[in-house]
Design a protein around this ligand. Structure first.
Ligand SMILES: [Zn+2]
Length: 82
């Protein structure tokens, strides 16, 4: 079966026959000559998505902590009425 993959270096789309690609077989990108394993490449992209979600969650949490800290340091007149 012909499978489409994306080069991890230059993001070029390339196709390979998955019957000819084993667990240790590397495929070569025709555009930048980078060799990579297509399965590793797919896993790598999934992991990166999870890390991004964690970073965004951390930033939101940090923002809420800072907001709470700022409000708690305000005088009663400055405090917004919630
Ligand atoms: Zn490439």
């Amino acid at each position: 079966m012909i499978v489409e993959s994306t080069c991890p270096k230059c993001r070029a789309k390339l196709q390979y026959d998955d019957k000819r690609v084993g667990p240790t077989t590397m495929i070569r990108c025709p555009a930048c000559k980078q060799t990579f394993h297509p399965l590793v490449s797919a896993k790598h992209q999934k992991v990166r998505g999870k890390i991004n979600a964690k970073i965004i969650g951390g930033i939101i949490l940090l923002g809420l902590i800072i907001l709470g800290f700022v409000i708690s340091n305000m005088s009663p007149e400055e405090r917004p009425h919630l």
